[in-house]
Ligand binder design. Structure first.
Ligand code: ADP
Ligand code: MG
Length: 283
């Protein structure tokens, strides 16, 4: 196809040879399949701020590193220059996150280049070499659901160990590649340590995974991995190898019936042991 105007400069620079086809027009970006020499890649063209939806909310931009106080003031005032700075930070945030996460061993698309609001990255493919489907486009058996849920939780932990919360993780932002799930769409990713909303965002990410895979494996619906992961993270105890149980009970909020029953069982056993020790008759 004829290169759309936003990709023309990358063609002129020789970073792209040809534009094969448009893959998607998402909420915030247009995604194209492109050829670069021998390779097929993916070009994500960010929409301009006023054409995007909700994600550039204060949660996500809080504590983003900015170069100097002039830029900070301009952003706060919302001047034209300030909006340009905000825009540049928003767009480059995804590239930053991709490099950071790839270095931490998280399976994300390999980033190749970022130029004029276009991110060139690996095209994630299925076993046939076609663009990989989103989780939402696939039906799973119970076993597959349990397995993918576990491996994505591992990725969430790996991300958090690298200091990153995805912030928009769901069945729409995970692709199913030939070798397993790949996490995409990271412009809103936040610094876990410096953002007051990080905990809420992490809990929501984990809940989205649970609710999606829970459709195929209902036993997942009673799990509380988010609370458990954050609890360990806050105490500096979270490791990539941490073994999770999914049974961490919240301090407040809905009662985990399984946990309560286990505690009742424990109490009953302790009482029975005490009676045995004291040589009291059994109840
Ligand atoms: N690296 C990639 N490989 C294959 N498909 C991709 C890739 N990146 C994005 N896509 C496709 O484009 C869609 C939109 O990309 P995404 O990064 O989620 O942007 P948006 O902000 O528009 O949701 C995805 O749902 C996916 O189908
Ligand atoms: Mg998306």
């Amino acid at each position: 196809m004829k290169a759309p105007p936003r990709l023309q400069s990358l063609v002129d620079e020789g970073l792209i040879d040809t534009v094969v086809r448009q893959l998607m027009s998402g909420k915030e970006a247009m995604v194209y399949v492109v050829r670069c020499g021998e390779e097929t890649r993916c070009a994500k063209v960010y929409k301009e701020a006023d054409k995007r939806s909700f994600r550039q909310a204060v949660d996500y931009t809080e504590n983003r590193r900015v170069r100097n106080s002039r830029e900070t003031r301009a952003m706060a005032k919302g001047t034209r220059f300030g909006r340009q700075v905000t825009e540049a930070i928003w767009q480059s945030a995804e590239v930053d996150a991709l490099y950071r996460l790839a270095a931490a061993g998280v399976r994300v698309p390999v980033p190749y280049n970022f130029l004029e609001g276009v991110l060139l990255m690996e095209l994630v493919t299925d076993a046939n070499g076609d663009a990989a489907p989103r989780l939402n486009d696939v039906a799973f058996t119970r076993e597959e659901a349990v397995q993918h849920h576990a491996s994505l939780l591992k990725e969430v932990v790996r991300m958090l160990c690298a200091g990153v919360v995805h912030g928009d993780l769901s069945e729409f932002n995970v692709l199913l590649a030939a070798d397993g799930p790949v996490v995409i769409d990271l412009p809103q990713a936040v610094d876990a340590a410096g953002n007051n909303h990080a905990k809420r965002m992490l809990l929501r990410d984990v809940e989205n995974l649970r609710n999606f895979f829970g459709q195929f494996a209902p036993e997942l619906l009673g799990t509380h991995y988010g609370d458990e992961i954050w609890h360990l993270y806050e105490r500096g105890l979270l490791r990539v190898e941490s073994v999770l149980t999914g049974t961490h009970a919240r301090d407040t909020g809905p009662v985990d019936l399984g946990n309560v029953l286990r505690e009742v069982d424990d109490a009953r056993e302790q009482e029975a042991a005490r009676r045995l020790r004291m040589q009291l008759p059994r109840l």
